[in-house]
Structure formats: C-alpha cells, structure tokens
Design a protein around this ligand. Sequence first.
Ligand code: SF4
Length: 651
Amino acid sequence: MPVESVYPTLESLLPRVRKPVQYVGGEVNSIVKDWDSADVRWALLYPDVYEVGLPNQGIQILYEVLNEREGVLAERTYSVWPDLEALMREAAVPQFTVDAHRPVGAFDVLGVSFSTELGYTNLLTALDLAGIPIFSNERTSAHPLVIAGGHAAFNPEPVADFLDAVVLGDGEQAALAITDVIRDWKREGQPGGRDGLLLRLCGSRLAAVYVPRFYDVTYHADGRISNVRPNRAEVPPSVSKHTVLDLDEWPYPRAPLVPVAETVHERYSVEIFRGCTRGCRFCQAGMITRPVRERSITTVGSMVAKGVAASGFAEVGLLSLSSADHSEINEIAVDLADCYEGTSTGLSLPSTRVDAFNVTLANELSRNGRRSGLTFAPEGGSERMRKVINKMVTEDDLIRTVSTAYASGWRQVKLYFMCGLPTETDEDVLAIASLARRVIEAGRQASGRRDIRCTVSIGAFVPKPHTPFQWAAQCPPDVVDARLHQLAVALRADRAYGKAIGYRYHDGKPALIEGLLSRGDRRVGEVILAAWRDGARFDGWSEYFSFERWARCAESALAGKPVDLAWYTTRERDYSEVLPWDHLDAGLDRDWLWQDWQDSITPEGAAEVEDCRWTPCYECGVCSAMGTEIQVGPTGERLDGKRLLPLQVLR
Ligand code: SF4
C-alpha cells in the first residue's frame, strides 16, 4: 500500500462538505511520526464524527501510550459524514487518518473503540472506504488487523464476522502487549500468516484478546445457542478481561488534544477512578469495570496541572462513573479550586449521584462563579422503581440535594431517568412529574427565586450484557412511547410548574435496535450488513436513524431462521439459556448476577445491595476471578501550590 498523504486530493473535496475543518488535523498535542521510524503502526478509529470522537478518553489515552513508545506510531481516524463519503467514493480517496492523512489500509492495526453499539454500521463504512474486506476471513496479511475494544466489545458477537480480534477490559497495557506480539511476528517473517499472529495474540497474558473466528457457535432448533466452543486447541474456552491495577502508573492523557472544530466536550478530563461497585442493576459500565481503582489525589493534581498547562483548557472535568464517590473528592475539589482562584478555569463533574453530592462540592464547583450544568441521575421515578434497579436514593435525599444546589446559586438542574425498566408500571413513570414539582418547590424555597428550572431528561432502558438485567425482556417501544407521552401531559398539567420544568425524551424505537445489537449473537451480523448496504450510517443520530430500515432488514436477513427482532429484544431469557457472551468473562459470577436479577423482581419488593467499598465484600466474583482488589483511599495527602506549579505559571 502507498503511504503518501491523501491530503492533496482530499483538500479539493473539502470546500464541498459541511464542517470541513474536522478533517484537517493539526491539533495542539497531535503527533505525526516518521512512517519509516516505526515498525508497528496503529490507526485508531472512533466510529463517529470528529465532534464526538475527538474528546473520547479511550482513544486519547491509547494515542499517547502508543506514540510514547519508540518504534510505534499511532494516528487517529473518525467517521466521515455521508457528504464526504460520497465524494471520497467518487474521487477514490480512502479512509484516512487526520494526523498525517495516511490511508488507513496501510497500517498494521485498525483499533476501533466502541462506546455504543450504534457505531457498528460506521465501522463497516470505514472498512469499505479503507479498502479492507468487510469480512475478517477475506483479509490477508496485507490488510490491517481489525481489533475492537470499549464497553460494547463485551458482547462483540453481532460484529464477530467483521472483527479479527477483540480486547476485553482496560486497553493501556493490552495495546502495548499487542504491539510487542505484532513486532515479533513481523521480525520473524510473519510465521503462520494472519492466523499465526492471531493465535499468538490469544496467548498473550496481558492482552486479553478474543478472536471470534477461533470459536464455533451451534444453535438449538428453537434458535437458542446450544454451544460456543473453541475450534483450536491453543485457545481457551473463555476469555477473561484485563484490569489495570495501579492507575497512578498510567497518568494519561498527559497532553490532551485541543480540537480544531467544535466538539461535545472542550475540557481537560482526568479520570479520578475507574470501576464502580454501587451495584446499579442496569449499568453495564459499572459491572464490567469492577473493581473500583482510585487515582490518588496527588496524581490527579499533577495530571491536572500538566494537562491544563499543555492544553490551555478552561475547564477541568473530574471523570468517573460516580465522581462524588472518590474517597477524597472534597479535598480534590477544594485544593483545585484554591489553585484556580482568580483564573477563568473551572471544575466540573459529570452526572453526580444524588446521595454523594454535598455542600462542599457545591461550593467548590461554583467558586469562580461558574455554574455549568448540574446533572443528577435518579434513573427511576418512584422509590419502588429505584429499589428494583438498586439505586438507593430516597425522594427526601433528592430534595435535600437539589435544595443545596439551588441555594448555592444554580438555577438549572437536570434530572436523568429511564423508562421501560423491569416491572415498571405507568405509575412509576408518572411519579417523575410529582417529583419534578417537588424539586421546583424546594428550589424556589431554597433560592428565594422563581426563575429556577429543572429539566427532566428520559430515555428508554436497554438491557445490557454482563448485568443482572441481561435476562430481562426489553420493554416494547409502543409501551415506552405511551408512558413518555403520559409523562409529558402530566408535566404540563399544572401551570404553576409547567414553565419551570423542561422535558427531553428519546423514544423507544432506536432503543429497540440498540437492544438487538447489544444482546444479539452472530446471526445479527447479517442484519447489520443488510442495514449498512441499505444505507444505514450514524445510527446514534436521530436525523440518520431509520427504524423502518432496521426492522425491514431484520425481517429479510433473519427470514427462515427461528429468531426475529422481538426474539432478541422483548423476550425474557431463563437461567439455563446460553447467552452469546457467556464465554467472555468480565469477572462477574453468573450465579451472583442471576440471584441479583431474582432479588430485583421478587414480588415482596426488591432486595438491595450495598456498595462493597463501605460494606463487606458480597462476592460478585470479580476480585477472586481477576486477582484484583478494590483500591480506595483516603491517602491523607493534600495538593499544594508547588505540586501544581505549572498551573501557577499559567496565571
Ligand atoms: S468481589 Fe467483592 S470486593 Fe470485589 S468488586 Fe465484587 S463485591 Fe466488591
């Protein structure tokens, strides 16, 4: 493959597309290495547009970790909008990286990070544009290895035929281990060809690599899976995820990319811990990233200092699945806010747990006058519903928390809910309306103002693999939509509150397709291919998503098989059924998950599970299976001006 830049041809197309700047690269902190100086070359794909993909932490971390290594080169590539796709096909411009505009097909590896299953069709577009055969079994040693990672990769079966390999779990060490295996294989003259390389990857201790083609799936006559078995003696019957044990040793990203076009987040994000043991039963991210591993306050401080100095960002995001749960979150917030005093730089937390938010956090997040959005996620409208999902937040907790926020100067609070949860009734969803009214009342009282607002944001629930709800029937879209409509009417019914309450919702149809892709097996690959050939692109974007297309393609691709769209989505599974991802081990004990599922739906009222950070281990299985343990502080350390010197210099 030629490795010359495609930019000369691409440039002539850019005046004819929207937002052309997203394709030019050249960001502060981007890296272009000499092609010939590297012996292993990665193209990192985020299968969505630049504005969504650039801030992605996973890609930024791998980009830096790989480029730091001598002899390794990593460049980024994002999905191109359909306007540019059409022009690229006309002008024969292949999928390119934004760093040096090299053709993706020339790299050794195409690493794709899947945050959501709705990016699957975009992978096919990228492969096709790159000239890489869609099916892995049609690729030769001349093609890049297509390796997927990210949360959605914990059930890669729907895209199994399109992937060469899948990495389960944390990517930092795995990417380096894969690089070493590829380098050795190349130096030794590529023994065994592509399969030889894939077999070596399966044997790498740090890589946690699953190669779908080394496993055969058989089915019962009724459509259920009968067995998933390795077809090579060298590969294990199941593949376990990899866990990075000391996040302080991996302080990435150090030099965040500064976007050249508008993106969904423009801030320096530091992951203050990974994993979550709160035990929300719907939450795949929490389950598959266990156990909790905190970054120490001093590492967080030095990362922020260097990251802000290297980027000039005016916002620092303290990221994790539940940031207010860090054992030293108050100290981190106070000390960083001290450092920023008098500057235009502010702190933000993503969606915060209602029961972990407190007055100190409220004050520190708003110290320099910034009160960027405050989002809480009660998820369930009624207390009964919140017990079912194990989100143990009472209505009084919520009212106390929002009162603190409104009293600290916030005028706008966003509350996030889900619709269509197991055992849910109309009443559970309608309870959101009375809750929102109480929030406004409490906010008016706490702030003494009438101009406060609360936005209710609600989306349809999708049961996910590796969670207690993996066996649940997904709620049909018509039921979800009817409840969302009833809620809209109830929210608008009372004029005294109607104007103070905003309402955003996502209807149930896209969620049903997400459900198909989340819990599907290899037969769903044919549906994805049919939908993509029919024009499916950017399925996470409402302006491109077509439910009608997906339903039609599911019907035609699955015709003659004992399964259909409803079979994959609105059907409850039982204990004995082999699930498509059962051979992929996130560490969670299957019996524990099943018991937790049963505990959630018992007619006597759901049993609750406490967080194992503060109560004894309840043996979900992760720590013993993975040889890991919870890593939490407090360390008792504090941040001081000296440690944050680069930040002081910036002022
Ligand atoms: S094994 Fe125990 S300590 Fe480890 S994550 Fe599970 S419940 Fe928590």
